[in-house]
Ligand binder design. Structure first.
Ligand SMILES: Nc1ncnc2c1ncn2[C@@H]1O[C@H](COP(=O)(O)OP(=O)(O)O)[C@@H](O)[C@H]1O
Ligand SMILES: [Mg+2]
Length: 305
């Protein structure tokens, strides 16, 4: 069963929170407007800040099918939109030959019909699901593709239709809800951004990150969660190759819960840094005295409250 779209910004906050997603008001506003205006939502931000999760939560809470197009370098129409099922076409040709069927035109019509079409995410997204509702289309990590694909995508997004020379134009009766994400390894073309509602997903502040831990890691002791969040927030001020995202905060917390910790100590921090930092240079930089300093500051901050 699908649910109606949220009717207000408060509803949107509530919808996300039903999906265990802690959103601040500005994000809920962007999402509400994108849904209301029927425009794609373009989410940009560092890795691990919760961009992809928004599409998953929307699909869950709205009860709509999630169609995911994971972008990568060299992504082409055959993988993104459709492809003919060549092997099935070959089999049909052989069968026709064996049966002495000479009618080329009718054979061609048969093998270039929808039955022989392999539908990829962008084409699937133009079709309603069983309840007649349009799906949620997640175009994930668009910055990984190249510009020709972006230009093509722009066409699809402008009128939600795809033309297949042998069949004709397929148009979505109800346009899908589109979420586009980018980790900003390169700039996405203005033309795409202009078509979308743009939102920069930042690292959460301490208050919100603590709320996220309360939802995602309910088994972690409150005091330790506070220390974890304060530590990660301070770590994000350091000059590192890759700062930890929310995903890493959650991983770290789960690791500490597994180790039955109720409090951070320097040894444990050192031993578990690999859940927070994913580059050896970053780990070397923080491990030992730097980590001990950070931890001391964190404990002093928390004691002063
Ligand atoms: N605001 C949030 N509320 C709840 N969970 C969050 C939030 N932000 C991030 N997460 C969690 O962090 C993890 C990484 O999120 P993800 O969407 O994959 O990041 P991104 O796509 O930005 O790289 C997910 O497990 C997600 O549940
Ligand atoms: Mg992602």
């Amino acid at each position: 069963m699908s649910n109606p779209l949220p009717g207000s910004i408060e509803d949107t906050v509530g919808l996300l929170s039903d999906g265990r997603y802690v959103a601040d008001r500005s994000l809920a506003t962007a999402l509400y407007l994108a849904l209301k205006l029927g425009r794609p939502l373009f989410l940009e931000g560092e890795a691990g800040v919760g961009k992809t999760e928004i599409a998953k939560v929307l699909s869950d809470t709205l009860g709509r099918r999630l169609i995911r197009l994971q972008c990568y370098e060299g992504l082409d129409v055959a993988s993104a939109v459709y492809e003919w099922n060549y092997s099935r076409q070959m089999i049909d040709i052989r069968i026709a030959e064996a049966a002495g069927d000479q009618d080329r035109d009718s054979l061609e019509k048969t093998i270039f019909s929808e039955e022989f079409l392999i539908k990829r995410p962008l084409l699937q997204a133009l079709e309603p699901d069983l309840s007649g509702e349009a799906p949620v289309l997640l175009i994930d990590e668009l910055d990984r593709t190249d510009e020709p694909f972006e230009a093509f995508l722009l066409e699809v997004l402008s009128d939600f239709q795809v033309t297949i020379p042998e069949i004709g134009t397929i148009t979505a009766e109800k346009p899908p809800i589109v979420i586009i994400t980018s980790n900003r390894t390169r700039e996405i073309h203005d033309a795409i951004k202009r078509r979308c509602f743009y939102y920069w997903v930042d690292y959460p502040d301490a208050k919100r990150e603590l709320e996220i831990l309360a939802v995602k890691c309910p088994d972690a002791p409150q005091d330790m969660s506070r220390q974890i969040v304060a530590f990660v927030q301070r770590l994000r001020e350091k000059d590192l190759f890759k700062l930890p995202g929310v995903a890493e905060t959650i991983d770290w917390t789960n690791a500490l819960v597994q180790l039955d910790r109720i409090d951070l100590d320097p040894q444990t921090v050192n031993d578990t840094l690999g859940t927070l930092l994913k580059y050896q240079d970053d780990i070397e930089k923080i491990k030992g005295s730097e980590a001990a300093n950070l931890l001391e500051q964190v404990k002093a901050d928390l004691a002063a409250r």
